[in-house]
Unconditional design. Sequence first.
Length: 427
Amino acid sequence: MLLFLVIELGLAWMLLYFRVRSLGAEHAAWIAAYRFWVRVFALAFVLSFAASMPVLIQFGSLWPSLMDKIGDVAGPLLAAGILSAFIFKSCFLGAMLFGQRQVSDRVHAVIVLMVAVGVTVSCFWLVALVSWMHTPVGANMVNGQYQVRDWVQVLFNPAMPWYAGLFLLSSALTVAFLMTGVVAAQTLRRPLDDSGRLVFKTGLWVAAAGVLLQALMIVGSSHVTAQHQPAKAAAAAAYWRSGVQPDLVLFALPDATVAANRAVVAWPRAGGALLGRDAAGTWRGLDQFAGMTPPVGTTFWSFRIALLVGCAMALVAWVTLWRARKLHFDAAAFSRGWRHVLVGMTFSGWAMLLAGLSYLLFGSFPYAVNGTVTVSEITGDTPIEVLMGGYLAYGVLYLAFLAGFFQLLRHIARYGVVPIARRRGRA
């Protein structure tokens, strides 16, 4: 669901930019860019919406007791998310996709704006729920169940601004590299038109700015993690013993059996900023969370894989932007080898997102709601054979989704978008 949701969110705002620019100069080029990428947006919307259905099923099959404990918080947020998606779909999406010829350009641009706002609002409720589960404020645990005390605190919990920023920027970066990769792939087969150059330029600027802003969001969210999830911060830093001067561990092989790191590459005395502290000001290591620590190796490496992918994206984005400014943003002017690099980075946003999601989820273990509700408390007793059968069915379904998405993207990248003339009364 998340893979297509980030494309849907990022493309919604990118299409708005294309549509607004089409109201001025270079109308034909900008409208061609809009018509090309609106097809990708439409498919991403359908696939993210379809993939969200099994997520709701999994709430009941995997964690049947979760809603009993947090239903007062999660129920309204999930209902608001579903309602927002249906309202935006029924009111604006159809007019955006099929009503362009029936309204003026300015009215259609307003409709595209409402679609972008609708997608963002739908995502807001999901991010609010996930961030609240990591920093549960504004609600009290009464008789084993959370009861909301202050909805403002629930919605705008300490992690919310940083998680929202990370999600928005991940969407922007995913779409930016998707666009530059598709344009680079097109130049390997045929000459590039004006709309392709505009898309390439837009994608490069978004990618170059997005990686810088993403770095700021990572630093901010790491400070929130150190304060509210110190065990997760210690696992990400592979910091085992409290009070010891922490190094910034760049590379290591964490060994939980001996509570130590092997093959360490570290920056001495530089790791304290992202670790939690106790009331005495002492750095909190994994030894303070005996029996309640997340899987250190998975947390440690998923965080670093996300950072490595992000660094690769930053390097490619800035080098390409620096060279593209001298080449008038003509992707075909790059060497064939560099264009293959850009094609290889097409789905780098997905790789960063999956690694970051792994860090987010595994780093929170063994808690489902930080500090209060553990995963073992909410796990159901469904037989493993049934669960594996369900996962196999989901896997087949999702592979079919991915195959269809890649096939459409390959087709329109190779052959372009052919306008279809319509006459009144004819389909």
